[in-house]
Design a protein around this ligand. Structure first.
Ligand code: ZN
Ligand code: ZN
Length: 359
């Protein structure tokens, strides 16, 4: 049932884009449409055929996992794909534009000269934009693992401990609790390093009076969780406290506004305006958030350039941050689901982590 619904979405997209076939290589899209969890393969989607191609390393796995009309093994990818495109009798071909140039070139060189190739990027976003109940429950479970994982290492978050050791312990806890994998390299950025929005954990030791930002998540059956907490190690100075309060308020205001029908640019603006009004406008350099799903960063994007409107079933992050060089930084991130009339926060880190002054 699931795969037939998804397949229908892809077929609708084909007709909307006036294409004969989609050539998909990005593994998240392949997994979404066929269930294949391996890393090498090509999925061809036509209005009435779903053809999965892979090499001999993955044939057994594909035969077990894949929901498609047929699974074909190739020796040379470009040859295998071209042969299928010829037998499907297609002429207008859409392919993912983040495909390596060499692969596309191989398809094009071996294919029929009359074929039209269309680069697709954002055009494919509608495919995975609205999450099903099953996808939502997997992400909610991945977010629950975050709660349990953080609780397990909470005691470690104290002065004298290395950022790297916290990251490692958190990753270990998440895996032990049942996560398939961490969602990305865990960020633990303390003190002045907190001003690096994506500073991964280092050998720096945590120090009393600092803030520490922990951005982490995990993967469960392909689906991700992503969240950030910023904690204080004892008493912090007035400026850090002001930054923390500013970011928390920006986060809470944007989160409260999430509902179907609101423009994503407006959510970004709500958080940004508050940060600007507090005097930190120059220090919030990234967008407010991003979609989460089979990929940890996917559509939609929440930024001053967003065009999309919040719709039921979208899952995205709200993650304002302020990063002041030479002072420190704060980011607070939650994952939120747009529901029929409002929203539901999927990440559920207890409130005590929101309160500054951990010990
Ligand atoms: Zn994020
Ligand atoms: Zn994050």
């Amino acid at each position: 049932m699931t795969y037939s619904n998804r397949r229908q979405k892809a077929v609708n997209l084909l007709s909307h884009l006036e294409l004969d076939v989609l050539v998909l290589c990005q593994h998240e899209n392949i997994r979404y449409l066929s269930g294949f969890s391996g890393s090498a393969g090509v999925l061809l989607v036509t209005p009435d055929q779903l053809v999965f191609l892979t090499d001999s390393r993955y044939t057994t796995q594909a035969n077990e996992e894949v929901t498609a009309d047929c699974v074909i093994e190739y020796k040379v990818q470009a040859d295998g794909v071209t042969e299928q495109l010829l037998s499907l009798g297609v002429t207008r071909i859409g392919f993912e534009s983040d495909l390596a140039f060499g692969i596309v070139n191989g398809f094009q060189k071996k294919g029929d000269a009359s074929w039209t190739w269309l680069h697709l990027k954002d055009e494919l976003n509608p495919l995975r934009l609205h999450k099903s109940a099953h996808e939502i429950s997997l992400m909610a479970s991945a977010a629950d693992l975050n709660v349990a994982g953080l609780a397990e290492i909470e005691e470690m978050i104290r002065p004298g401990v290395r950022e790297n050791d916290i990251a490692l312990a958190l990753e270990f806890a998440l895996r032990k609790l049942g996560a398939e994998e961490k969602a990305f390299d865990i960020i633990v950025a303390s003190g002045l390093r907190g001003a690096l929005p994506h500073g991964i954990a280092s050998d720096k030791l945590l120090v009393e009076g600092e803030l520490v930002t922990i951005d982490f998540g995990c993967r469960l059956s392909g689906y991700h969780s992503d969240e950030t907490v910023t904690l204080a190690l004892g008493e912090v100075n007035t400026e850090l406290r002001t930054i923390f309060d500013t970011v928390l308020e920006a986060h809470d205001r944007a989160l409260a506004a999430v509902a179907p029908g609101i423009a994503l640019i407006e959510l970004d603006r709500i958080a940004r305006d508050h940060i600007k009004a507090s005097g930190y406008g120059d220090y919030f350099g990234h967008g407010l958030g991003h979609g989460v799903g089979l990929d940890v960063h996917e559509a939609p994007t929440l930024s001053p350039r967003s065009k999309a409107i919040a719709e039921e079933g979208m899952v995205f992050t709200i993650e304002p941050g302020v990063y002041v060089p030479g002072v420190g930084g704060v980011r607070i991130e939650d994952m939120v689901l747009v529901t029929a009339d409002s929203h539901q926060t999927l990440t559920k880190i207890p409130k005590r982590f929101r309160n500054i002054l951990l010990n």
